[in-house]
Design a protein around this ligand. Structure first.
Ligand SMILES: [Zn+2]
Length: 285
């Protein structure tokens, strides 16, 4: 175990670079999924092409981050602008994959943690941007996240430690799923009664179920609190920028804020809980 840790430390710079690059490459593919999946198009064919002039994008024009910069955000054939969102999502994927790797290294966590983090990060990126564009969360993100949580925690509880931890699986994973799903279902129900219209989609309820299945009930509470904080901050900024009237109803996707809250939990969960507990203790005196 110690030897593995030492080898990991020696190879850390290379593995860190690999993590970033893997994240950027996967995010490059996620860009395609984000565009095509909600439109019911195949994600494998036809190959990438310019939406304006239809000319196919050659492999060397499809290198994450680098190609966008080299082409200065324009199609090589017709010079039509390519949205900066492509390079933004590729960079985001790279940074989050790298952050997950550094997190595992720092806390000496086993490899399957990293794999689960990476898969869930990829699903959250797809879900967030599709939700931004279309106000919907695809099932493969939400139900996929729940399935990922069940499989990952079943592996952890039944196989990884060489001893079976039923209570861990039931309380942490199944309990987390039920709690996340139930809590958001309740919020949704109260919201629909208070505003007399659907205040939240079922996709958000499923997404919080996934957070619970992956990270347990405490993660659900922290994610819910943080997502409402992030959502409020962005909401206020949008109101100031666009002078959207508070009374007017513009559908605001909630999925991206759940994902932001969940990310904060994944990287800073215990610190956040400690910080809050200390704050309450000081206030209490
Ligand atoms: Zn073009």
């Amino acid at each position: 175990m110690n030897q593995t840790a030492n080898i990991l430390k020696d190879l850390a710079p290379i593995l860190a670079f690999f993590s970033f690059w893997l994240g950027a490459c996967i995010a490059s593919f996620l860009n395609v999924v984000i565009w095509r999946a909600p439109r019911g198009e195949s994600i494998v064919s036809p190959p990438s092409h310019c939406p304006k002039c239809n000319s196919p994008i050659k492999w060397y024009q499809n290198i994450p981050i680098i190609s966008w910069l080299a082409l200065r955000g324009k199609c090589a054939n017709c010079r039509a602008p390519i949205s900066p969102r492509y390079i933004l999502i590729e960079t985001l994927g790279g940074v989050l994959f790298l952050a997950a790797f550094l997190h595992m290294l720092k806390f000496g966590l086993p490899l399957h943690f990293l794999v689960v983090y990476w898969i869930w990060i990829a699903l959250m990126i797809v879900g967030s941007f599709i939700d931004f564009d279309h106000q919907l969360l695809p099932d493969f993100v939400t139900v996929g996240g729940m399935a990922l949580g069940l499989v990952a925690n079943a592996y952890e509880s039944f196989f990884f430690w060489g001893k079976i931890y039923w209570e861990n699986f039931l309380l942490y994973c199944v309990g987390g799923l039920a709690f996340g799903f139930g809590l958001l279902w309740l919020v949704r129900w109260i919201g629909s009664k208070a505003f007399k219209r659907e205040a939240m989609g079922m996709g958000d309820v499923f997404l919080m179920g996934a957070v619970g299945a992956l990270f347990g009930p405490i993660a659900v509470i922290v994610t819910l609190i943080l997502s409402s904080v992030f959502g409020s901050i962005v909401g206020v900024v949008l109101i100031i920028l666009s002078k959207t009237k508070l009374g007017g109803f513009t559908p605001i996707p909630y999925g991206p804020y759940i994902c932001m809250g969940c990310l904060a939990w994944m990287f800073y969960g215990p610190q956040l809980v400690n910080w809050y507990m200390n704050l309450v203790r000081i206030q209490g005196m």
